[in-house]
Design a protein around this ligand. Sequence first.
Ligand code: GDP
Length: 476
Amino acid sequence: DSNSISIVDDDRDKLFDGLLASGFDEASCISKVQSHLYRKAESPHKPSPYLISKLRNYEKLHRRCGPNSRAYNRNMIKIVHSKTNGGGAAAICKYLVFKPSNGLGNQMISTVATFLYAILTDRVLLIRFDKDKEGLFCEPFINSTWMLPKNSPFRNEKQHVETYQSMLLQKEKAAINLPSALFLNLQHTKDDPETFFHCDYSQDLLRNVPLLILQSDQYFVPSLYMNPSFNLEVTKMLPEKDTIFHHLGQYLFFPSNKAWGLIRRFYETYLAKADEMIGLQIRVFIPDSVPQQAVMDLVLNCTLENKLLPEIDTLNSVSSSTRKNKTVKAVLVASLYPEYGENLKAMYQNKPTISGELIGVYQPSHEEHQKFGDNKHSMKAWTEMYLLSLSDVLVTTSLSTFGYVAQGLGGLKPWLLYKLTNNETHFPACEQDWSLEPCYHVPPKHYCNGKPIKDFVSSFPDLRECVDFSHGVKLV
Ligand code: GDP
């Protein structure tokens, strides 16, 4: 009967088209049950049946080998006490300990890339968030935890663990005598050593190490894609290639009950009643050398030129439009600085708009600068990324991973504000992205044979230069 059909439909929405397994403890993660009600339209991007089956299989692996299982204790003792890989290829459970680094946006995009790598290599992902990042998210894997246990010897920095970089230098020897745990650094630094992580010979070597400790702040999915065997599998899992972060990010990152309360209260108080919501993320990377007026001009050029926000009527102080049902637009401003929200708010309060639309401007916080090790600060950052992801129209700042998270979770193609570095005027002020994916800022520089990659696009037809950073690439 029609009743039961609607229940099935509702369940499907609730479980994000099968992305989530049923049977989780709903009270422990209310956003898993409620968040679909806050996304405006039904998502046009459905997870493939193959992705869903891979996720269910991953969850089984995680339950069987993850913290609190017998296999976990047994394997960890083995890994800690043996100096060599001890037939690592045959080990029942293999692990990927992940240490995300840098700001929250960087940490989240690199976590998604690492999770994909874990699925592709049948490893159990154990994450080591810093204290300030704890309590932001729900546990993603049903009946288990993804947090590296507090008593794990692998919580300590790099200690006693050989590094992948040093092994590459002595490849011949290493092939015979692989360690049981290896540190792999994919973190972006100024003088990046070439890691050849995308190459088969690296993956053949890494496959035989039971426990990898990975550190990264990058969305290195394109380098997985550059590996022929991973490539086939990723294409099968995620045939719509620009939805990798969208699906895996939605799967991994549900706001904890505390974060969800903050998100819901802000949304319901200020944003829910508007006819349209515009998210505006204004990230100023070098505040001392970029005057606020230059940034404000950039934001207005972008939003007015592209008709994302209406022009104000400078001649009149009362709107000539007398229509009763005026369109109300809510602008959510995310920035470390209060002035951007205040300026915009004053602009729309002091004068009517030519179109007669009413504009409300809301900025949840203004932290002034990025803070490290501060849980409240990280909570604010997370709630703002999430709120931005609920926008109908999104404007973000070029190169900002904070913006990438909102873009990917929301399934939105944002307008990317030009990244100012001094008191300049730039046209166009922004350009719309063609993809939902984050940009990989530091792709490999060489083919596996050591020759430099001159032209990415002709060598890897599924990769394109990012709109916001020509040295970066993303999948098409
Ligand atoms: P990125 O540096 O823009 O790529 O983004 P990250 O998230 O990696 O690092 C920036 C960090 O600065 C964030 O995680 C926040 O801690 C802080 N931050 C930057 N912009 C904002 C903002 O608009 N709102 C809040 N609440 N925090 C911000």
